[in-house]
Ligand binder design. Structure first.
Ligand code: IVH
Length: 679
């Protein structure tokens, strides 16, 4: 079929446009058009090529996505071997390297180095002929690697055609294929969803992706490329004089080069660079495992030459490893302040990422099962920057025979109450609540809080003291406190002791809703407590209700219904309730209603993860006090509540000068001293 001129021109135009936007996106990190526009250009080209198959050329951007699966990899012999680098871990080793360089280059006092980040990925060689990508290969053993041309073609930051200014010869570009941290996390999420094993780290993920026989799989993997050097260099008059100029040349051809490359003078300059890169490392969107110092002048590189398989003119200065292997000694369950059971792996102490790690949290029972961690396992521990260390995965073939899968305990390891895990919930909890020491302090503070039983003067220090001295164990014990007990406590005068006793006595007259809220039943905030009280005016009926009946109460779903029923089933809780009633707790419709409206007219925005409150709980707590919670920050916002890992809302708030609250400040604002939202 004859291809009309207009069509071939259009196809050429589309290819140029796509290559341009690729470069803007992947090389310059500065996209000019939205993704949708890029996709549109791509689709138009695909349509044209589908109509006129003769239009398809191997360097067409459409060919990045879907060549037929290769049957295996053929071997490529590197005309110039791909070398490795000597390592330095200590400053002294860098100084020794620099001294050796200077000794060989007699009469040179101070060497200028080209300092580059050492990307933690996979070394590849890209061969361009007359500017067109003809072959991609792995490093292999340095002499012979594997032909991965089909796969490197799918990596969008690798140009299929070099930019203008390129001669007719052959050029081999060397560099690192890597995966961004975000891409790595997403890939692992997809692997998990598909029931497949996760990759240990971005480097393994990059290597695994490059070694796919089916380039369609590689195309779906978020791979990137940075060029750092040249191999074959034919058909050009002169080789650039310095490593720095080589990188400039590579950039001019449209290849991505790390923007973090610097020229440094002498050891001092190098160590300074090392320190700066170390500081930046936790914020980089990809992994680096050190820096590389290369003698900048190419003529000097040639004088220095090679030993064994590494150049004398370059050295890798490594950062402390972020991953290490160690043994899992035990798997224990910690009980948090909400009763949540968190599995924790106790480890043979291991030095990783600059610190010794002997425990790692496994977050919840699902994660424990997904990673299938067992006592005796050998595990990858990872600690990157200041991030909490994590157990990445276990090495299955090193598992001792007979190791059993870890199990959620039936009873709370702290108080022995039943452990419950509502269906569909990731979190298992101790149902002991009021009786579990792990939860006691939080439960008592919540109980005494202004919006619950409203006991004035019972702050956290005092409660901690009372628990420590063994004076109170449960909230019911508050009502048995005597003047003698209180004044025997350090720093407790008679006046404050009798004021406190009066406040405790006064709290016995309350409303049913406050009482229910004060019990601190998981998932039962003030609003739910009010609904429950309205639906079940009698406590004994509420205590006897099954989950099905409880689900009839507005605002109570299956999860909360399960939690309410479990709470009232638990013998400890029943006993505490009986004691409270014995101490004379009574309620009436006209009891002190929960005050409201102190936040009327105030608008809040929440960002980041809160530690004690769920989003929903924080929202409800603000709303019952008359406040409003909106999704975006504007000049009308009164407060921005900032949790862990806040989003751009926090930045916007600080730009607009809007007051920001941390979680503690929010809790204080909501409850005044001592109260505690535990929903
Ligand atoms: S230069 C002759 N520069 O590190 C010099 N290598 O241990 C050869 N690497 O296989 C390599 N970033 O995969 C060089 N900026 C960089 C690098 C780098 C990462 C890797 C590369 C190489 C290994 C050497």
């Amino acid at each position: 079929m004859k291809i009309p001129k207009s069509v071939s021109e259009r196809a050429a135009h589309l290819r140029r446009a796509i290559a341009y936007h690729n470069r803007k996106y992947y090389v310059d990190d500065n996209p000019e058009v939205p993704d949708a526009e890029y996709d549109r250009l791509m689709r138009e080209l695909e349509d044209l090529e589908a109509h006129y198959p003769e239009l398809v050329s191997p360097d067409s951007p459409t060919q990045r996505i879907g060549a037929a699966p290769a049957s295996g990899f053929t071997t490529v012999t590197h005309e110039q071997p791909m070398l490795s680098l000597g390592n330095a871990f200590e400053e002294q080793e860098v100084a020794d390297f620099d001294r050796r360089v200077r000794e060989r280059l007699t009469d040179v006092e101070c060497i200028t180095y080209c300092a580059e980040p050492k990307l933690d990925g996979v070394a590849v060689s890209l061969l361009y002929e007359s500017g067109r990508l003809v072959r991609g290969a792995t490093r292999g053993d340095g002499r012979r690697g594997e032909d991965i041309t089909h796969n490197v073609r799918t990596i969008r930051s690798i140009p299929l055609q070099l930019e203008a200014g390129f001669g007719a010869g052959r050029v081999e570009v060397r560099g690192e294929v890597y995966m961004t941290l975000a891409g790595f996390a997403q890939l692992n999420e997809r692997m998990t969803e598909a029931g497949q094993k996760n990759f240990v780290n971005p480097r393994n993920a990059a290597a695994g992706s490059l070694r796919q026989l089916d380039p369609r799989i590689t195309a779906e993997r978020p791979l990137r490329f940075f060029a750092y050097g040249l191999g074959i260099y034919e058909g050009h008059d002169v080789l650039p004089a310095t490593q720095w100029d080589i990188l400039e040349q590579l950039k001019a051809w449209g290849l991505p080069v790390s923007p973090l490359v610097r020229r440094c003078d002498g050891v001092e300059g190098c160590l300074d660079y090392y320190q700066k890169m170390g500081e930046q490392r936790p914020r980089l969107p990809y992994e680096i495992d050190g820096v590389v110092y290369k003698v900048d002048r190419v003529d000097w590189q040639n004088i220095l030459g090679y030993v064994a398989r590494a150049p004398r003119w370059a050295v890798a200065h490594k950062f402390p490893a972020q991953e290490a292997l160690t043994k899992v000694l035990a798997i224990e369950f910690q009980v948090g302040r909400t009763g949540a059971l968190t599995p924790v792996a106790r480890l043979e102490p291991v030095f990783v990422g600059g610190a010794t790690v002997s425990n790692v949290t496994l977050h919840n029972i699902d994660e424990l099962h997904r990673k299938d961690v067992r006592v005796g396992d050998t595990a990858y521990i990872r600690r990157a920057g200041d991030v909490i260390p994590e157990l990445v995965r276990v090495v299955e073939h090193e598992r001792p025979p007979g190791a059993q899968p870890a199990k959620l305990p039936d009873a709370c390891p702290v108080c022995g109450s039943a452990v419950v895990r509502p269906e569909g919930e990731a979190v298992a909890r101790c149902s002991g609540q009021l009786s579990c020491p792990a939860q006691r302090m939080a439960a008592i503070l919540h109980f005494a809080g202004r919006r619950a039983m409203d006991i004035d003067g019972l702050g956290d220090k005092l409660v901690a003291q009372l628990i420590e001295e063994g004076v109170i164990k449960t909230v019911a014990d508050l009502y048995g406190l005597t003047l003698e007990q209180l004044i025997s406590l350090p720093r407790m005068g008679e006046k404050s002791a009798s004021n406190l006793l009066a406040a405790i006595a006064g709290s016995r007259q309350t409303t049913f809703a406050r009482f229910l809220y004060a019990l601190g039943i998981l998932g039962v905030g003030e609003v739910t407590a009010q609904q429950l009280a309205a639906h079940y005016p009698r406590l004994d009926e509420l205590m006897a209700a099954d989950t099905e009946a409880l689900e009839q109460v507005p605002g109570v779903g299956p999860v909360i219904a399960t939690q309410i029923a479990a709470f009232f089933r638990e013998p400890h809780n029943r006993e505490v309730i009986a004691q409270l009633l014995d101490y004379g707790i009574r309620w009436s419709e006209t009891g002190r209603e929960t005050g409201s409206g102190e936040l009327t007219g105030k608008t809040f925005v929440l960002t980041g993860t809160l530690e004690y409150l769920t989003r929903e709980a924080a929202k409800e707590a603000i709303q019952v006090r008359g406040g409003k919670v909106t999704g975006s920050v504007s000049a009308k916002t009164d407060f921005v509540v900032v949790g862990e890992n806040p989003g751009s809302k926090a930045d916007k708030a600080s730009r607009l000068g809007i007051p920001m609250l941390n979680e503690e400040q929010l809790l204080n604002l909501l409850q005044g001293e001592g109260d505690d939202h535990d929903t």
